[in-house]
Design a protein around this ligand. Structure first.
Ligand code: PMP
Length: 413
């Protein structure tokens, strides 16, 4: 067996769901972490404790219970600030998730800064959440969306970046890690070049913050977006980090309670950051759950988690290569994180996922919200296994063995 810096057996007991069996009595092998991760008991307990002991609405109470909930909600903001190295706590905006965070920027920043003829530069490997809001912003403002191509190997083709970037480029929005290829993108060089033409930079960190250290004080980007549910936290909470001066210069995204300083019959005056972008009752309990998730991840350490996922990815690549008849998408493990997408020759990815499901192995099949990427790869769908800290080498072996069984079964037919 290969070795890893992290022993997942130390943590698996914290995740009750990993002990459930499938309806056919097979133990769960959960390899769909890029879609959503599972929650440890500490996170579930934080949610239960909040509802049982500390729950009221935030920022509007004149009673002690609301003060207590507000403290916990704001402590969650501090935890996010520490996690990503943000200089100021008010730069951390709680949203419902990456999708909402990117929509906030595309709508609000787009309205303030995009003009006809401006260009928005994305990449061919973006998730739809980092494409569609920009198509919408382009339609509203007359700006144009362009794309950094990828190579056949599944890495960004940066040879064309100098040509693509110009004074017209107002936004460069790029994923830190591809949710299909697993490719870890060279953010620093992209950001340096984007900045040299004066562009604003958004990083879709949905697949990176949960797995790799990211320090916004050094990154040089202007916006970073990620989701709680992909990092052991609850659904319904995500983060937009943005530079305070930029957020200050943008109009509010949603209007309503909490985001105002004053409302009159004639108009309104927005609140200061971060309230300005947190209209209505925010995701109070999900944010408190996210705080517990961050504490759990901190205790293990993101560098160890990344190394562990890399070891699993390496093992999967080696085993699939030995097996044959499987096209692996994306580059060599060294350039990847814990995502292994593949196509079994002659078998539809949905059939692969269904046959694996019969063995209790949960993977994802389809276009993974990346249709342009699949088109570029010349396929309509793929199967995807994605790892987290609680996955084992045995999980990978189950996956490859089940794929081998699928090949044998379908060959016999
Ligand atoms: N970007 C990437 C790279 C993703 O993997 C995902 C989730 N699959 C998203 C954005 C959207 O995240 P959410 O659904 O949590 O808003």
């Amino acid at each position: 067996m290969p070795v890893s810096v992290l022993d997942p057996e130390r943590y698996r007991g914290d995740f009750a769901i990993l002990s459930v069996s499938s309806p056919r009595g097979k133990p769960l092998v959960y390899l769909d972490n890029a879609a959503t991760t599972q929650r440890p008991r500490a996170v579930i307990q934080a949610i239960v404790d909040t509802y049982e002991h500390h729950y009221a609405n935030v920022h509007r109470g004149i009673h002690w219970l609301s003060d207590r909930t507000t403290d916990l909600y704001e402590q969650a903001r501090d935890a996010v600030q520490r996690l990503i190295g943000a200089e100021r706590r008010e730069e951390v905006i709680f949203t419902r998730g990456t999708t909402e965070s990117i929509n906030l920027v595309a709508r609000s920043w787009g309205e303030a800064f995009l003009r006809p003829g401006d260009e928005i530069l994305l990449t061919e490997m973006e998730h739809h959440a980092n494409i569609v809001p920009w198509h919408q912003a382009a339609a509203r403002t007359g700006a144009k969306v362009r794309f950094i191509p990828i190579t056949d190997e599944g890495v960004l083709d940066l040879s064309s970046l100098d040509q693509l970037l110009s004074a017209r480029t107002k936004m460069v929005a790029v994923t830190a890690v591809s949710n299909v290829l697993g490719t870890v993108n060279p953010l620093e060089s992209i950001i340096t070049k984007a900045k040299s033409v004066g562009a604003t930079v958004l990083v879709d960190a949905a697949q990176s913050v949960p797995h790799l250290p990211l320090d916004v004080s050094r990154l040089g980007a202007d916006f970073v977006a990620f989701s709680g549910h992909k990092m052991l936290g609850p659904t319904g909470v995500g983060v937009l980090w943005g530079r305070a001066e930029l957020l200050d210069s943008m109009p509010p995204f949603l209007g309503g309670g909490s985001m105002i300083r004053r409302v009159t019959l004639e108009g309104f005056e927005p609140a200061e950051l971060p309230s300005k972008f947190e209209a209505g009752t925010p995701p109070i309990v999900p944010a408190i759950g996210l705080d517990a998730a961050i504490e759990y991840l901190d205790a293990i350490g993101l560098p160890a988690i990344h190394q562990h996922e890399l070891a699993l990815t390496r093992h999967a690549h080696e085993r699939f290569a030995e097996l044959g008849g499987v096209r692996l998408l994306g580059p060599a493990p060294e350039q990847k994180s814990g995502v292994v997408s593949f196509v079994v020759e002659g078998v539809h990815p949905h059939d692969v996922a269904q046959l694996l499901d019969g063995e209790g192995i949960a993977i994802r099949a389809g276009h993974h919200c990346a249709m342009p990427l699949h088109k570029r790869l010349g396929i309509v769908a793929s199967s995807r296994a994605s790892f987290y800290l609680y996955n084992t080498f045995a999980d990978v072996d189950h996956l490859v063995d089940a794929v081998a069984q699928t090949q044998r079964r379908l060959r016999r037919k």
